[in-house]
Design a protein around this ligand. Structure first.
Ligand code: ADP
Ligand code: MG
Length: 333
C-alpha cells in the first residue's frame, strides 16, 4: 500500500498570502496541478472567511458585533460559538490563565491599536474586573432561526488571538481533506499544521524558532499534527528604559506574562488545542507547565527557558533533534 502511494506521482502547489495579521503558506500535494490549485484556493477562502468572523478589528466580524453589543444576546456563526466554547473549556482547565476576555486590557496596552503604553495598576484592575468569562452565556440552540447565541457582560470584550490561528488551521486542513487531499501543510505565521505525512510517507520536519534570534534551535518530525509556538519575541514593545512588554498576558495581574519562559511549543492533533495550550503554558511557567503536561498527557511540548534550558516531553524523544547549544536538555516524563 505504501509502495503504491510512494510511486504515485504527486504535484506540489503552494500559495503564500497575508491574513490573520500574519503570513500564511498553504502547501498541497495533489494528483494534478489543477486539483492542487483548486484545493489551495479553497483553503485560502476558508481562512479569509474565518478571519472575517473572528477578527476583533474588522467591523463586520461576529466578534466585533458581539464586543459592541453592550451585553445583549447576539447571534453568532457556529465557528465563533465553537471557538468560544473551547476557549471557555480551556479557561477552566488552566485555572483561568487562558482567558479569551482580555481584549479591553490588551488594547489598553496598545496591542492591536499600536498606541503602546503601560496602564496604571488601578486601570488594570478596573479592566480585569470585566474579564470574568465564567459569566459568558453561550447557547447552542436558541431557536431554529437563531441557532447560536452568545451573551457577554456589558463591558466585556473577547479576543481570540491566542486560539484563532490554530482553529483556522484545523478548518483549512479539514477543507483540504474533504477535497480528497491526503498530504498538506499550512504554516500560519510559524504555527505549522499538517494533514497526513509527506507524499513519500515520511514525516514533515518542523524547525523551532530561536527565541533570541537566528537559526532554528531544534526540529521535530511529525505527521498529521500541529506544532504551535508561543513566545514573547513574536510581538512586543519596549519603553524608554528598554523594558520589554510582550503580547501574552497574565490574567491574574493584567501584566505581560513574565514566567521565565522564552517560548513554548505544543504538538497536538488539533491545532486549536495546541494554540490555546501554547499560550497557557507560556503564562504558567516551567514548573506549572510540566505539571500540566504530566496530568494531561494528551499533547507534547518543548519549553525553552530564559536560562537557556530546553525541556521536552517523552512522546517526542525520537522525533526531536537539537541543534542549539542549550545549557541543558531534559526529557520530562
Ligand atoms: P501568536 O498569536 O503570537 O502566535 P499566541 O498564540 O500565544 O501567539 O497568542 C497571543 C495572543 O493571544 C495575544 O496577541 C492576545 O491576542 C491573546 N492573549 C494574550 N494573553 C492571553 C491569555 N492569557 N489568554 C488568552 N489569550 C491571550
Ligand atoms: Mg496560542
Amino acid at each position: 500500500m505504501l509502495f503504491t502511494l510512494a510511486s504515485c506521482k504527486q504535484v506540489k502547489t503552494s500559495d503564500t498570502f497575508a491574513a490573520m495579521n500574519t503570513y500564511i503558506t498553504v502547501q498541497v500535494y495533489a494528483r494534478t496541478a489543477r486539483q492542487g490549485e483548486e484545493a489551495c484556493a479553497a483553503a485560502k477562502a476558508e481562512l479569509a472567511a474565518l478571519e472575517t468572523l473572528l477578527s476583533t478589528t474588522i467591523a463586520e466580524s461576529d466578534t466585533y458585533k458581539l464586543n459592541h453589543a453592550g451585553g445583549a444576546p447576539t447571534a453568532v456563526h457556529q465557528c465563533v460559538y465553537d471557538v468560544l466554547d473551547f476557549s471557555l473549556q480551556m479557561h477552566e482547565r488552566t485555572g483561568g490563565l487562558f482567558n479569551p476576555a482580555l481584549y479591553p486590557l490588551i488594547r489598553a496596552w496598545g496591542f492591536t491599536t499600536g498606541d503602546y503604553r503601560v496602564p496604571s495598576e488601578a486601570e488594570r484592575t478596573e479592566l480585569l474586573s470585566h474579564s470574568d468569562c465564567t459569566q459568558v452565556r453561550i447557547n447552542a440552540a436558541d431557536s431554529a432561526a437563531l441557532p447560536y447565541t452568545v451573551q457577554l457582560l456589558p463591558d466585556m470584550q473577547l479576543d481570540f488571538g491566542g486560539i484563532a490561528k490554530g482553529y483556522a488551521g484545523d478548518c483549512a486542513l479539514a477543507r483540504l481533506s474533504a477535497l480528497g487531499i491526503t498530504s498538506a501543510l499550512v504554516n500560519l505565521g510559524g504555527n505549522v499544521q499538517t494533514l497526513g505525512a509527506k507524499p513519500d510517507g515520511s514525516p514533515w520536519t518542523v524547525g523551532i524558532t530561536n527565541p533570541w534570534g537566528g537559526e532554528a534551535v531544534c526540529a521535530v518530525k511529525i505527521a498529521g499534527k500541529a506544532v504551535v509556538t508561543s513566545g514573547g519575541y513574536e510581538r512586543f514593545f519596549e519603553d524608554d528604559d528598554g523594558t520589554r512588554y510582550i503580547h501574552i498576558f497574565d490574567a491574574r495581574t493584567g501584566l505581560p506574562a513574565d514566567s521565565g519562559l522564552e517560548s513554548v511549543t505544543v504538538i497536538a492533533e488539533r491545532g486549536m488545542y495546541a494554540d490555546a495550550l501554547s499560550t497557557s503554558l507560556f503564562v504558567m511557567g516551567k514548573d506549572a507547565a510540566v505539571s500540566f503536561w504530566k496530568a494531561a498527557q494528551d499533547f507534547d511540548c518543548i519549553l525553552i527557558t530564559s536560562e537557556g534550558e530546553l525541556l521536552y516531553s517523552a512522546g517526542i524523544a525520537n522525533a526531536l533533534s537539537v541543534q542549539f547549544p542549550f545549557a541543558s536538555v531534559t526529557e520530562i516524563r
